[in-house]
Every structure is written in structure tokens, then in C-alpha cells.
Design a protein around this ligand. Structure first.
Ligand code: ZN
Length: 150
């Protein structure tokens, strides 16, 4: 965990990017702030349309299918399954030491997320492997999220 926290601290330093890349996550800064509030409770959530039932990823403020703004927050299944992955061995993002594994992760709610898989030996990663959420603290009371092997 400490290594990822170090990465989160590193990427927001002015020496790395001229702008802070971590989203602002409070109600006065972001209209999907409940997503971040839920992450802070170790819950991965997104929006489901109360009118047509569409579940969107990433979370929205308006349904992309029917344009309704009547959206509810719903939890993702606790476990996802790696559909495919790749390993980046050079020129990784600032704060991340190579190798970095990126995976397409399928969930039973029909959604697919692309994310780094952290805290793993890339040799252990395979299509079909199960993964779970990993929330990492970021500076100024924010969070980042990744996945790790279950
Ligand atoms: Zn809708």
C-alpha cells in the first residue's frame, strides 16, 4: 500500500505535472462526488438510470441512453474477472515502477473497466483471474482506485 500512496503523492507534486491529475472529489467541486464518497468506504459504485435501467460506466449526471437525470447509485459486484491484460515494461506513468499490468475487467453487471492491476507479479496475472477493488489514499483527502488479484 505504501508504494501506491507514494505514487499518489508523487503525481500531484508540481515537479511531475503542471496540473494536479487527481480529480477534485467534493460536492462543490464534482457532480459525481458520491462516487468518491463511496470509494472512501471501499465501495465501487456507478449510476443506474431510474427511468430506463441503463447502468453507465463511468458514472454520469445524465443517462447516456435516455437523457434522464433520475439516477441512482449502485454497487459493482465485489469481484471482477480479467478479460484481457497487457504488461507495460518501460515508460510507465510517473510514480509507477515497471512493470505495470493493465487489464480489461468484466463484471456481472455487464460493465467492463480498464485499470492497472496492482500488488502483483505479472506472471500471476491471467485471463479469467478474479480481481477485487483496491482504494489508495491520495493527497488532500482524495482517493485513487485500482484492482488487485483476489
Ligand atoms: Zn436512462
Amino acid at each position: 500500500m505504501k508504494e501506491l500512496e507514494d505514487a499518489a503523492n508523487y503525481i500531484v507534486s508540481p515537479d511531475v505535472y503542471s496540473l494536479d491529475p487527481v480529480p477534485l472529489q467534493t460536492p462543490d467541486q464534482n457532480r459525481i462526488y458520491p462516487f468518491y464518497d463511496n470509494l472512501k468506504q471501499n465501495r465501487l459504485t456507478t449510476t443506474k438510470c431510474a427511468d430506463c435501467g441503463h447502468i453507465a460506466w463511468p458514472p454520469r449526471i445524465v443517462c447516456p441512453k435516455c437523457m434522464s437525470d433520475r439516477l441512482d447509485w449502485v454497487d459493482f459486484p465485489e469481484t471482477g474477472q480479467i478479460y484481457a491484460f497487457t504488461v507495460q515494461t518501460a515508460a510507465t506513468p510517473p510514480g509507477f515502477n515497471p512493470p505495470v499490468v493493465y487489464a480489461l475487467i468484466d463484471f456481472d453487471n455487464g460493465l467492463r473497466i480498464i485499470s492497472p492491476i496492482v500488488d502483483c507479479d505479472p506472471a500471476q496475472v491471467e485471463a479469467g483471474a478474479q480481481v477485487v477493488l483496491k482504494v489508495v489514499p491520495a493527497p488532500r483527502d482524495r482517493v485513487l482506485f485500482f484492482f488487485r488479484l483476489k
